[in-house]
Design a protein. Structure first.
Length: 95
């Protein structure tokens, strides 16, 4: 009987450790990415998941229009395709 209780305590301990080392950090990272995508602004210079680099020129609900070159080439992408903000709009205006 005592061995069975010890076994269940050990399994519960492994599950708790697994949660804190694997699931919790992943959820935290997902929340950070969501916050970054929700805070995108016109003028931000971004990189997409596919490696396209551009400046946001307009934002609708789930889509963005990027200007990708000096000659004004524009493409429309999904908000979920943004990997990172390279230069926030405030910093881009100062350059």
């Amino acid at each position: 009987m005592g061995g069975t209780i010890g076994y269940f305590i050990m399994i519960a301990g492994i599950l708790v450790v697994g949660y804190f080392f694997m699931i919790r950090p992943q959820k935290k990272q997902e929340q950070q990415v969501k916050n970054m995508r929700d805070s995108l602004q016109v003028g931000d210079e971004i990189t997409t998941i596919g490696g396209i680099i551009g400046k946001i020129v307009s934002i609708k609900e789930e889509t963005l229009v990027l200007e990708t070159s000096r000659d004004g080439t524009k493409i429309r992408i999904l908000r979920s395709a943004v990997r990172c903000v390279d230069v926030p709009a405030e910093d881009a205006q100062n350059h």
